[in-house]
Design a binder for this molecule. Structure first.
Ligand code: NAP
Length: 254
């Protein structure tokens, strides 16, 4: 089950956190994994880890907000069966104190970045005979987390893009789904706490952990396993859906 032999997968944000674990899991199941990230060293480190475990991988540095560069990267890939849109950034603020600059930056990375990769990947996936796309959204899209105005907006757009792509490309044998994690312990969370709660990181980490009814944050590997299922043949009847992976956050917190 869950074999990905002869499949080519591209994972954005594959240099860190959830994306890195997704790369490792897909490679372990036999996929050739292209690691794409803003951070050259981080992307190369993921590739090195995969190769040292006898997997197949290469890495590419690219900023997903740059359409021309994204198109250039995809134009050099002969075939593509799996795309995981994982690159993303966080932001704190409500609709009053979110600046236009911050709003635009969140939109550029979390929305336009996903669009750029879909735009470049879909023709390639069509010519490869179909495939599976997983977009990483967030519970923020479902519940509108407090003080996450721009971030929630961006992840809501990821849900909408997922359904739209699922509908438009179903005849091309392309499935498209999204995953909405609750808090997952990654450098994204550590960086967020350091930036927004300096000196209170441990206290805030504990507080954020307890917002999940299950009592802890998720692990990147737990999200990676869900990605693996959704991009495997075992999930061949699933498209246009969003899946929470959140320790009960959305359904049990009321
Ligand atoms: P992470 O550890 O910060 O990893 C994100 C990776 O994406 C980093 O390597 C980052 O590079 C890269 N990246 C950022 N901007 C990019 C750009 N413009 N072009 C290419 N790569 C870029 O984050 P994570 O926690 O694994 O999160 C991954 C995804 O899950 C994000 O979309 C996030 O919104 C979503 N998510 C996370 C959580 C959570 O609690 N962790 C919860 C729900 C959803 P740099 O390090 O150089 O910036």
């Amino acid at each position: 089950m869950f074999q990905l032999n002869n499949k080519v997968a591209l994972v954005t944000g594959g240099g860190s956190g959830i994306g890195k674990e997704v790369c490792n899991v897909l490679a372990k199941q036999g996929a050739e994994v292209i690691v794409l990230d803003l951070n050259t060293e981080a992307a190369q480190a993921t590739t090195n880890e995969i190769i040292s475990n006898n997997g197949k991988s290469s890495s590419i540095q690219v900023d997903v907000t740059n359409q021309q560069k994204v198109l250039e990267v995809f134009s050099k890939i002969p075939a593509l069966h799996i795309l995981v849109n994982c690159a993303g950034i966080s932001h704190i603020g409500n609709a009053i104190n979110t600046t236009e600059t911050d709003f635009d930056q969140i939109f550029k990375v979390n929305v336009k970045g996903v669009y750029n990769c879909l735009h470049a990947a879909l023709p390639l996936m069509k010519s490869s005979g179909g495939g599976s796309i997983i977009n990483i959204s967030s519970i923020a899209a479902k519940v509108g987390l407090s003080d996450r105005f721009a971030y929630s907006m961006s992840k809501g757009a990821v849900h909408a893009m997922t359904m739209s792509v699922a509908k438009d490309f179903i005849k091309d044998k392309i499935r498209c789904n999204s995953i909405s994690p609750g808090r997952v312990h990654t450098p994204f969370v550590d960086g967020f706490l350091k930036k927004n709660f300096p000196g209170q990181e441990a206290e805030m980490f504990d507080k954020l952990s307890k917002t999940q009814p299950i009592g802890r944050m998720g692990l990147p590997i737990e999200v990676a396993h869900q990605v693996l299922y959704l991009c495997s043949e075992e999930a061949s009847f699933i498209t246009g859906s969003d899946f929470s992976i959140d320790g009960g956050f959305v359904t049990l917190n009321s």
